[in-house]
Ligand binder design. Structure first.
Ligand code: BGC
Length: 266
């Protein structure tokens, strides 16, 4: 399948590591010029840029906290100054600040809602404004594409992570409402909901054999996911091959959403 993404421009928030880095590398491999956004990991961001350039791609790194409106505006400006336009926003930046519900501090709550939900609102809004102004131009059939990185926890309740699950549930409804509103402008808005992907965010769940065995009981397909599993879906959703898809959530989770606990119970 020819994804035909060459010379499109993408911002991938939170792309110095993990799923974001994989999506940036994957898009760059398809000829997309990418903005690697990061908050604190300067070194990692530089490494991703270097890796993309070494493979013949185009990339810059831009520091910005997506939960802050001013910084988001600076991020967008840096992208337009360098590459001239924007075709793709991957709203990916996210974090966990886990605690039992009764122990959860307001700071932990606000931090997760601020980055994972408000951060996605801010970057999607700025992107949509640009896409509306640009209209459909020479790069593809849509005026722009937005991918919200959600989680299986936009559906599956998650004790000990109420802030995170609440933010992801919010992302799902925000994405669908945006998709409904922006379709008339030829802006496609979709979400990817990863299951357990092997990154730093869930290291505790896979970095020793017992934890991994326990985790695999939740994954019918029998393996933990890799960044590339998400990157492939991201590139597809950004391409014209997905031109009739908007408002959709693709669960990329090895079957976690199938509630495997019910396979021999219930
Ligand atoms: C979380 C991971 C978790 C996965 C499956 C993700 O959204 O960030 O920590 O392993 O969901 O539970």
């Amino acid at each position: 399948m020819n994804l035909n993404l060459k010379n499109q421009v993408a911002i991938i928030t939170g792309s110095s590591t993990g799923i974001g880095a994989a999506c940036a590398i994957g898009l760059a491999a398809e000829g997309v010029k990418v903005v690697i956004n990061y908050h604190s990991s300067d070194q990692e961001a530089k490494k991703v840029v270097k890796q993309i350039k070494a493979a013949g791609g185009k990339a810059i790194a831009v520091k910005a906290d997506v939960s802050k409106e001013k910084e988001v505006k600076k991020l967008i400006k840096a992208c337009l100054d360098k590459f001239g336009h924007l075709d793709i926003m991957v709203a990916n930046a996210g974090l966990q600040a886990d605690a039992s519900f009764t122990e959860m501090t307001l700071k932990q709550w606000n931090k997760v809602i601020g980055v994972n939900l408000t951060g996605q609102f801010l970057v999607c809004r700025e992107a949509a404004r640009i896409f509306q102004k640009q209209g459909v131009h020479k790069h593809g059939r849509a005026a722009g594409k937005i991918i919200c990185m959600s989680s299986v926890h936009d559906e599956i309740a998650w004790a000990g992570h109420v802030n995170y699950a609440t933010a992801k549930g919010g992302v799902k409804m925000m994405m669908e409402s945006m998709a409904q509103e922006l379709a008339q402008d030829k802006i496609r808005v979709n979400a990817i909901s990863p299951g357990a992907i092997q990154t730093d965010i869930n290291k505790d769940a896979w970095d020793n054999p017992e934890a991994l065995e326990q985790l695999l009981t939740l994954i019918p397909y029998g393996r933990i996911g890799q960044g590339e599993d998400i990157a492939n879906v991201c590139a597809f959703l950004c391409s014209d091959a997905a031109d009739y898809i908007t408002g959709a959530t693709l669960y990329v989770d090895g079957g976690m959403m199938l509630y495997p606990g019910f396979a021999d119970n219930g």
